[in-house]
Write a protein that binds this ligand. Sequence first.
Ligand code: 0WE
Length: 256
Amino acid sequence: MSLLAGKLGIVFGVANKRSIAWAIAQAWARSGAQLAFTYQGERLKENVEELAGTFGADTLILPCDVTKDEDIARVFSEVGAKFGKLHLLLHSVAFAPKDALEGEFVNTSREAFRIAHDVSAYSLVALSRAAAPLMPDGGSIIAMSYYGAEKVVPHYNVMGVAKAALEASTRYLAYDLGPKKIRVNCISAGPVNTLAARGIAGFTDMLKHYEAKSPLKRNVLSEELGATGTFLASDGAGAITGQVIYVDSGYQIMGM
Ligand code: 0WE
């Protein structure tokens, strides 16, 4: 089905085939969108070229460190030159220094706090500002969040605070960009086994916990994140903005 036929999009945050960004990008592409991709650092260049290259040899693939204003300016200038405009933007980018996700939140250093917020939250503001002039027909901006933004998830620590900032930023961006028909929403995903989750102590237990406690008694499939991303990107979601949509097997409704 061509829910996104004629739409032009850009995807931030593909690291490998397990990335949530890749699941959503594939769903967008299957629904008819034409996509550009960015990657963070030379380390991920080959991965993204191999994955995104499956959409055609002319797929725009650009390096972008979202903490660098020059990188962001260059990306949107190149996207403007190639596409002329843009309808969709996916933000699937987060980072906190490893030690900040291991100890106690109370010990978070000023630098770890700054980095987590710069990479994981401010970047949405910067990318939205740069994308807006390329969205004269309106658009859909989607960011990935997690339950640790609203309740304490042990060890998620400063990332939870950064995701809270991301979700609040989503609301303020939705207000500012609403008159331009640009919608801004978050998908709050249940735990998914990605590169970002690898090496997190207790991650396997967390997957088991969702299986045991969530209403649907299972974990989330990446294809389901793709389907929700496609819905939010589509005109059917035209009156939805500033929201956090939970794709978490219902876990978020539980009190115990
Ligand atoms: O947002 C995330 C993880 C994002 C993330 C992952 C890493 C690992 C490697 C951010 N920064 C880093 N820094 C690194 O050095 N998730 C929703 C996945 C996640 O991470 C957790 C979780 C869950 C769930 C960390 C602790 C507890 C739960």
